[in-house]
Ligand binder design. Structure first.
Ligand SMILES: [Mn+2]
Length: 353
């Protein structure tokens, strides 16, 4: 499929959303949403899109106009170093658009006020809705991104030696991901040794690895704009405590149960419940202190989420994590996480070789 066809498809899906709300125009200012439509990376606040009648007009800083015209000769790219939002409002007026929406959930106060004053209406996050279901092109990029993350785990695991610090391990992992083509990490790499692993959001530190220590690493990369997320844990040394083995196996069983529960048509809440029951039934429920998982795509946390309160129903093309954990304060923690793609019949683990 050509780039132009992919963009046309996204614009027609967007048009269908707009039609449902009676909109004949839509402004897009969120830079991640802009990347979703175009595959072009603008810094935040550097462009405003006006979509109308299946067409896209892009008001952007002058420096973007030439690269835009080269890559996307089929869209209108207009230089606007200042006042891109005002230019979009002006064009909507000139075109005689009757009902123009903006994403009220994402708009900043200043630009949103301009749109309101121009009579634009607060619309739903249509693009967030579309972004939940990945097309084949996106699924392939997510698969690549997750493969790089998994390969990083395979690469780093045998390199860990007593005395190495969390910082050193994280640096080595990040270098490996860059060399595989990642543009950045998808969030700050977490490397946690020993008791640090009992904090689910531990900040990587100078802590050195001891002989007989727990290891936890939670990380991912951004590849061609798409994020990956994986967590792996193991015991470093020959004297693995029985309690560590016990909770590792429980968390692994919860992870496998969660993945097995995922399928199109299944309530995401039930996936969380299925995995959580494994841990709760074994008496560790109070030590599993977070949701089971979250959607992954252009952002590391997006919809839908596998949690206890969501009303989301999984669909083919959703990409969600399954990441149960047990955290024993002062001792260690175990979290095992895979990123999964919902298929026709179930779920495929993407964090693999
Ligand atoms: Mn995660």
């Amino acid at each position: 499929m050509t780039l132009q066809q992919r963009i046309t498809d996204k614009l027609s899906a967007l048009r269908a959303c707009m039609a449902q709300e009676g909109l004949d125009g839509l402004v897009i200012t969120d830079h991640t949403d802009q990347f979703y439509i175009l595959g072009f990376h603008f810094a935040p606040g550097e462009a405003v899109f006006l979509v109308h009648d299946g067409r896209l007009v892009c008001f952007a800083r002058e420096l973007y106009v030439h690269p835009l015209k080269e890559k996307y000769p089929f869209i209108d790219a207009v230089g606007a170093d200042k006042g891109a939002a005002a230019r979009a409002i002006e064009l909507a007026g000139r075109l005689g658009l009757k009902r123009v929406g903006f994403d009220a959930g994402k708009e900043n106060y200043m630009t949103g006020s301009l749109f309101k004053a121009a009579g634009f209406v607060e619309a739903d996050s249509f693009i967030s809705r579309l972004r939940k279901v990945k097309d084949e092109h996106e699924a392939a990029l997510l698969r690549d991104s997750c493969r790089i993350a998994y390969q990083t785990y395979l690469y780093i695991r045998p390199l860990l030696q007593t005395g190495v610090t969390e910082f050193e391990v994280a640096a080595e992992m990040e270098k490996f991901m860059r060399m595989k083509g990642a543009s950045s990490t998808s969030f700050d790499t977490i490397v946690a040794f020993g008791e640090n692993g009992a904090n689910p959001h531990h900040v990587t530190s100078r802590r050195a690895l001891k002989e007989n220590d727990a290891v936890l690493m939670d990380f991912g990369c951004v590849y061609e704009g798409y994020c990956s997320d994986i967590t792996r844990c193991w015991w470093h040394g020959n004297e693995e405590p029985a309690e560590y083995t016990k909770i590792w196996n429980l968390v692994d069983k919860a992870r496998r149960t969660g993945v097995a529960a995922e399928a199109p048509g299944v309530a995401a809440q039930k996936v969380d419940a299925a995995a959580r029951a494994v841990i709760t039934d074994a008496g560790y429920g109070e030590y599993f202190t977070h949701r089971l998982g979250h959607g992954v795509g252009l952002e590391i946390h997006e919809e839908p989420c596998n949690d206890q309160t969501t009303r989301a129903v999984l669909k083919k093309g959703n990409v969600v994590t399954v990441e149960p954990g047990i955290y024993l304060p002062g001792k260690f923690g175990v979290r095992l996480e895979d990123t999964t793609l919902i298929t026709d019949t179930g779920a495929e683990i993407l964090t693999k070789e």
